[in-house]
Structures are given as structure tokens and as C-alpha cells.
Ligand binder design. Structure first.
Ligand code: FAD
Length: 320
């Protein structure tokens, strides 16, 4: 069986759920191995093993933390040179796509970004993307290997298949190429206590229908009742009613949660581009003709200021 490398993202809270999804996909393509830049602790190694990583390559590059993406490229390229993988899976996102593009050039591999599924057809890796605001699926065969694929978080569910991984340590000095740009300051973001928007299984998004900055509170309370993240349309981030970093859409973030609740959102094409791949879409809008209802699985025609609090009460009652 050929090796399939997964670039693992570790956070202080543990292995990112998107990495566990990649390992789940990698199991269907070959023998999954994780590449970690740094030294994973026992809990991280155990998590990677729980989702099927037979080998964890821990690449130590002192000083890499203060550099941008190139040390990750160097780490994966070094492991790829030793393992000749058929595919390399990376989580989509600005850094993931940067790493993937550089790897594709370095390794001469075909690249597909923002895939929603990846399969092996014989020896060929086939990736599917959801394109044109989710209205088409494009299927791509990667004909020069290794296939380098970035996958959208939440596109697939992570499922466990426990193994005990072998840990291989690799020392890799930081390359000159990696020193081209360095991080000079870090300002910690004030934590909302909610999951990351792009990782969240549930997103509750507010649009101009919230009526005011204060109106976002009702969206936040439903997100909190469901353990989800808060999203926003560009209309309300431009109005200053919500922070720009929670904008969903063509010029914002792309999300594909299990549940997306759009409240007071008209469903403009640019908004849909960032959320149309969500598994279940629920729309709350007082206009029965709002375009969002065309892509909604469930819809409520009504005032979000009464519908959302009622939903919160129902969720809380169910949870006891
Ligand atoms: P509106 O279109 O004004 O819709 C508000 C909705 O709320 C209406 O359907 C109304 O019926 C409903 N409503 C009002 N009151 C209530 C109530 N009390 N209860 C329930 N429903 C109510 N937009 C994005 O979101 N993301 C992007 O990334 C993005 N990128 C763009 C890029 C470009 C180049 C351009 C040109 C535009 C972009 N836009 C983007 C803007 C986009 O075209 C829309 O203008 C925007 O998405 C509309 O936001 P909205 O749905 O909040 O507002």
C-alpha cells in the first residue's frame, strides 16, 4: 500500500478536527502517515493514531515557529522524499493552500485545492470540488504525482480507526528559503469561547435582517445554544454590526458545517459562495421570496427576533 501523507495541524487544545478528517480520507487512499512540524506530545500522537496514522513524522526545525509556511513545505518535502507518497493531504485555508502550491512546484505533483472528497481509482487519485457557488461538482484526476490536495474542513466526518503509531523523529535545519519572511509580532485574538468559524460543525449567521449591531445578540445566543460559531454577511460587517473576520462568502470565509442557520440573510450569490456546501441549511427570513430559500433544506418565514429566541428555548429544553 502506498503512503498518504497528512500535514497535521496541532493547536494548544490538541489536534485540529480538520486533520482527523484528512486522516479519515487518507485511510481510503493508502497507508496514512502524519507529518508534524515540531514535537507532538503523547496526547497528540494518540489522537493521530486513533484516526489511523500508522506513522507520525515529527520534524524538528528549531526557529521554524517564527517563520511562515516554508518550514512546513520543507518538512513535508523531506518526508515525501523518504516515503514516495501517492498523495499529500492538507487542510484548505490560506496557509494550507500556500504550502500545497509550493509543494506542487517542488515535487512536480498535480494540485487540487478546496476538495470536498478524494478517492483512489486504481492508482489514480481523484478529487472533487464544489464550484460556482456550489452549483457544480468538478471531478479531477491527478495525473502527475504525488497528488497534492487541500480539503475543506467539515467536508467529511472524521471517524476513528485506532492504531498505535510509530513515531519517527527527523531533524531538519531551517532552510535559507524559509528565512525570507519572519513573524515579528503576535497579538492574541480575544477568544469568544466559540469554535473556529471554518472548523465549526454548526454556524449561525446573521444578515441585515438583524436590524442593528445589538440584533447580533439573538444570533449569538442561538449559536451558543447549539455550540456553534457565529457568521455574518458582508452587509453587516460593512455596517460595523459584526467583525470582518466572521464574514462568510466570496470575499470572506468558506464554511461547510453540518448545520448552517442563515437568519435575516437574503442569500446573495456572493454569500452563497461561502456556505452553499453546508450539509443542512436552515433559513429564517420574513420574505418568503428571499433567494436563500432556494438552497435551504428547512425554512421559516418569520421575524428572526421571535423565531430565534423560540429556537433557543426549544434547544435548551431538549438539552435539559
Ligand atoms: P440583504 O440583502 O439586505 O438581506 C437582508 C434580508 O433580511 C432580506 O432577505 C430580508 O427579507 C431579511 N429580513 C429583514 N428583516 C428581517 C427580520 N426581522 N427577520 C427575518 N428576516 C429579515 N456578501 C457576503 O455575505 N459575503 C461576501 O463575501 C460578499 N462578497 C461580495 C463581493 C462582491 C464583489 C460584491 C459585489 C458583493 C459581495 N457581497 C458579499 C455582498 C452581497 O452581494 C450582498 O449584498 C450581501 O450578501 C447581502 O447581505 P444580507 O443578506 O445581510 O442583506
Amino acid at each position: 500500500m502506498t503512503t498518504v501523507l497528512v500535514l497535521a495541524d496541532l493547536t494548544p487544545a490538541g489536534v485540529r478536527s480538520a486533520t482527523l478528517e484528512l486522516l479519515t480520507v487518507a485511510r481510503g487512499l493508502g497507508d496514512p502517515a502524519a507529518v508534524v512540524l515540531g514535537t507532538p506530545d503523547d496526547a497528540a500522537v494518540a489522537s493521530l493514531g486513533e484516526y489511523g496514522a500508522t506513522t507520525v513524522y515529527a520534524v524538528s526545525s528549531p526557529g521554524a515557529d517564527d517563520l511562515l509556511s516554508v518550514p512546513k513545505v520543507d518538512a513535508v518535502a523531506a518526508v515525501a522524499a523518504a516515503t514516495s507518497p501517492s498523495a499529500i493531504l492538507i487542510t484548505s485555508g490560506s496557509e494550507g493552500k500556500d504550502v500545497a502550491a509550493r509543494l506542487a512546484v517542488r515535487l512536480g505533483g498535480g494540485i487540487v485545492t478546496d476538495a470536498v472528497s478524494v478517492a483512489a481509482e486504481g492508482e489514480t487519485i481523484v478529487a472533487t470540488q464544489s464550484i460556482v457557488a456550489g452549483t457544480y461538482h468538478a471531478t479531477t484526476e491527478v495525473i502527475s504525482g504525488p497528488a497534492i490536495v487541500t480539503m475543506r474542513p467539515n467536508a467529511t466526518a472524521a471517524s476513528a480507526a485506532p492504531v498505535t503509531p510509530t513515531v519517527q523523529n527527523l531533524d531538519l535545519p531551517v532552510s535559507d528559503a524559509a528565512k525570507g519572511a519572519a513573524i515579528t509580532a503576535r497579538n492574541a485574538k480575544v477568544s469568544s469561547g466559540r469554535p473556529e468559524l471554518t472548523d465549526a460543525a454548526v454556524v449561525v449567521a446573521g444578515g441585515r435582517g438583524i436590524g442593528s449591531a445589538e440584533g447580533l445578540a439573538v444570533v449569538e445566543s442561538l449559536a451558543d445554544a447549539l455550540g456553534g460559531a457565529v457568521g455574518a454577511t458582508r452587509a453587516i460587517t460593512d455596517l460595523g454590526w459584526a467583525a470582518h473576520d466572521i464574514q462568510v462568502g466570496q470575499t470572506g470565509k468558506t464554511v461547510a458545517p453540518a448545520l448552517y442557520v442563515a437568519a435575516g440573510v437574503s442569500g446573495a450569490i456572493q454569500h452563497r459562495a461561502g456556505m452553499q456546501s453546508s450539509k443542512t441549511i436552515v433559513a429564517v427570513n420574513k420574505d418568503a421570496n428571499a433567494p436563500i430559500f432556494q438552497i435551504a433544506d428547512f425554512g421559516v418565514v418569520g421575524d428572526l427576533h421571535s423565531v430565534l429566541p423560540a429556537l433557543v428555548q426549544l434547544v435548551q429544553a431538549r438539552r435539559g
